[in-house]
Design a protein around this ligand. Structure first.
Ligand SMILES: C[S@@+](CC[C@H](N)C(=O)[O-])C[C@H]1O[C@@H](n2cnc3c(N)ncnc32)[C@H](O)[C@@H]1O
Length: 444
């Protein structure tokens, strides 16, 4: 690791201090911070970590500067960047992530939300219809009739609101109600029905939950707005810098309107099907949110089945022949992956096809991201290794090799302990690892 420019040496010294004296493990993380409770999106980052890093790096960025998260998920990294007044570009393949991040980054005026809440309350109270407004295969498996009727009332009430930004916030709150009140278990990200006995005996109050979550959302929104106000990045009622939030497959490109100064992201650690099923977790809410409320450019093929988003995400390709053909070329380009695959007994190699496919797609995504970045851009990646067939896949070193192929060297490396191991273990997710690394790269 070398760094000759004195300006950046100072940045690295401060990052090294943070490694020693800061809290990269997130012990002091405030659980209610950054509106993250609006919808429990899988594998959320701990906001305080990104924020500590951004507090240092933002002093070394041009003014104005733009940040990107090309795998934005629930937007925790982008929201940390909002504390430092950076322009934002976020992208994700999951339409629910796009709606979620749009709703959070809009930092709506609390009064606007309060008065919409009153309208919606009146609309639901005076709606005595027993009709169910959506139809999709499996609806009766995932929702009892009573829940379908209540969700339909909420849906009609939200549609009646004229303010699109407020509607987006309420769609996300309805998504959280669906997560907790559907027949799907909340203990896994994969769709998994509760036992019939449990469904029959459960007492759910869909409308009550919806309003309780709106009230909690208002408290969190106020806290986030106060934080931005204190930092001086809220001007009047709006965020002080431009925001672009897009739906898109990062493998196929980034469509930001200007070149970007810094990347702050935690990418997936492996293919969605065998790590975290972000798409499956979002499937039920996406069936209830009207398509006209999703980003204009969403390809509806992505919403057809519970598997669709995950199979189109990084590592989702299933053509074994294609993957087999990839192995020797990719091993040459990425020495750490080559060395890993060399140690795999030939009879086990097929067990790593999904890993190879994921790395190839990640490589393709980097090829799409880097041209959107300024030449001296900073890349802050948080990534962890994962186990496949009991072998540790060296994602960290693979990322270092991939960045080196673009002649972008590693300038800082810190390890952090993942505290939320219980949920990760239960979900058998990529985050079963107890450690992850923060890897920072920049061309000198
Ligand atoms: C670990 S999460 C992101 C966490 C996020 N960076 C944050 O700061 O909260 C990974 C995200 O990558 C997205 N993803 C997977 N494959 C993708 C692709 N090909 N293009 C865009 N997003 C993708 C998933 O939908 C998921 O939301």
């Amino acid at each position: 690791m070398t760094c000759s420019n004195p300006y950046y040496r100072e940045m690295i010294l401060r990052l090294e201090d943070l490694k020693i004296n800061g809290d990269l493990d997130g012990i002091t993380a405030e659980k209610g911070d950054n509106l993250h409770r609006l919808f429990y999106y899988p594998a959320m980052m701990v906001p305080v970590i990104q924020s500590q890093i951004m507090a240092i790096i933002s002093d070394f960025l041009p003014n104005p500067a733009t940040a990107i998260d090309p795998f934005m998920g629930s937007g925790t990294s982008l929201m940390s960047c909002m504390e430092y007044g950076l322009g934002l570009y976020g992208q994700d393949i999951n339409p629910l992530s796009v709606l979620l991040v749009k709703a959070k980054t809009a930092v709506l005026d609390v009064q606007r939300v309060q008065s919409a809440k009153e309208k919606i309350w009146f609309a639901i109270e005076s709606d005595h219809s027993e009709s169910v407004d959506v139809r999709f295969s499996g609806i009766d498996k995932w929702f009892t009739r009573d829940v379908q009727v209540s969700l339909s009332k909420i849906r009609r009430a939200i549609i009646s609101l004229p303010d699109k930004e407020v509607r987006s916030l309420f769609w996300i709150i309805m998504a959280e109600v669906i997560r907790i009140d559907s027949n799907d278990r909340t203990s896994t990200f994969k769709l998994h029905q509760r036992q019939e006995k449990e469904i029959a005996s459960r007492c759910v109050d869909v409308v009550g939950d919806f309003f309780a979550l709106i009230n909690r959302g208002i408290i969190d929104l106020k806290a986030f707005r106060n934080k931005l106000e204190t930092k001086g990045t809220l001007v009047g009622n709006s965020y002080s810098a431009p925001i672009e939030i897009k739906w898109g497959n990062t493998m196929y490109g980034i469509s930001s309107s200007s070149k970007i100064d810094i990347l702050v992201s935690s990418p997936p650690y492996g293919d969605n099907q065998t790590t975290v099923t972000y798409g499956q977790h979002s499937y039920l809410p996406l069936q209830w949110i009207p398509r006209s409320e999703l980003p204009d450019d969403v390809d509806y093929d992505y919403l057809r089945t519970t598997q669709e988003i995950d199979s189109k995400s990084l590592g989702g390709r299933s053509n074994k022949r294609q993957v087999k053909d990839l192995i020797s070329s990719i091993s040459n380009r990425i020495p750490s992956l080559g060395a890993f695959l060399d140690r795999v007994p030939p009879e086990d190699i097929e067990k790593y096809y999904k890993t190879v496919s994921f790395i190839a797609d990640f490589e393709q995504s980097l090829d799409a991201i880097i041209p959107a970045m300024k030449d001296n851009a900073i890349y802050v990646w948080t990534i962890g290794n994962r186990f496949v067939n009991k072998q540790e896949v060296p994602n960290n070193q693979i990322l270092i090799d991939l960045m080196a192929n673009h002649r972008i060297p590693l300038i800082f490396d810190a390890e952090r302990t993942i505290l939320n191991k219980k949920q990760a273990k239960r979900n058998r997710s990529s985050r079963t690892m107890e450690k992850e690394r923060i890897l920072i790269f920049q061309k000198q």
